[in-house]
Design a protein around this ligand. Structure first.
Ligand SMILES: N[C@@H](CCC(=O)N[C@@H](CS)C(=O)NCC(=O)O)C(=O)O
Length: 230
């Protein structure tokens, strides 16, 4: 088996997506957490846009972009998470393509600089959830996006659904309850061991510390943190 090194910032949801796929495939890998504010030269050399995740394979090849990493892992290591049916596979790819829009709409409020901006961002969450609710309705009877079989769509959305709950616990949003399929899906994904690169009790405080450090409007609702997060 190849040697996989996943270069990461501890709280990055895009890294988490790659880690989930590795874990779903029972692949051993090493996490290398780097300092966001002091990125090493070796990292800059392998990450063209200076972002994590990067997946280094045998120290020879470095892949970047979480979707490309997920697709590569799915093509090379069993079990296959993409559906066999080409139409279903295209639908799955379309929904993973929607992920950046979804993440921006659902977690963008964490970055808002004013109360008004925060309100505007929070107002985008229902539409993002409504689109997913519709997709879930068309797709299946759960528990996963395609039904009983876990897929790359599940791996992609889990980190962002988790962050919705993190934000909801900083300042209540109260949106997901209106979208029962999304809520049920999120609950199942959050119970899945592969979702958790870190023990849940560890990631949430790190996430809150990052929100605090960002000095966004939401930061005031996070109590002072004793330890600096990555
Ligand atoms: N489209 C990229 C997004 C990755 C991304 O945005 N990573 C963030 C951390 S969560 C990053 O490295 N940002 C660079 C920065 O903070 O300067 C992917 O899917 O891998």
């Amino acid at each position: 088996m190849a040697k996989y090194l996943l270069v990461s910032f501890k709280t990055c949801p895009w890294v988490q997506r790659a880690a989930i796929v590795l874990r779903e495939k029972n692949v051993e890998f090493e996490f290398r957490h780097i300092d966001r504010d002091n990125r090493p030269d070796w990292f800059r050399a392998i990450s063209p846009h200076n972002k994590v995740p990067v997946l280094s394979i045998d120290g020879k090849v470095s892949l970047f972009e979480s979707n490309a990493i997920a697709e590569y892992l799915d093509e090379t290591i069993a079990p296959r998470l993409h559906p066999d049916d080409p139409v279903l596979r295209a639908i799955n790819r379309a929904w993973t393509d929607y992920l950046p829009t979804f993440s921006e709409m659902v977690t963008g409020s964490a970055y808002a600089e004013s109360e008004a901006e925060h309100k505007e961002d929070v107002a985008k969450i229902p539409l993002a959830f409504a689109r997913l609710e519709g997709a879930l309705e068309k797709q299946n009877a759960g528990p996963f996006f395609n039904g009983v079989t876990y897929s790359l769509v599940d791996a992609a959305y889990a980190p962002f659904l988790q962050r919705y709950f993190f934000l909801d616990r900083i300042k209540p949003l109260g949106v997901i309850g209106h979208y029962p399929r999304v809520k049920a899906w999120a609950d199942v994904l959050l119970k899945r061991p592969s979702t958790h690169s870190f023990p849940e009790a560890e990631l949430e405080p790190l996430y809150r510390q990052n929100v605090k450090r960002r000095k966004s409007w939401l930061s005031q609702f996070v109590a002072d943190a004793a330890v600096a997060a990555e």
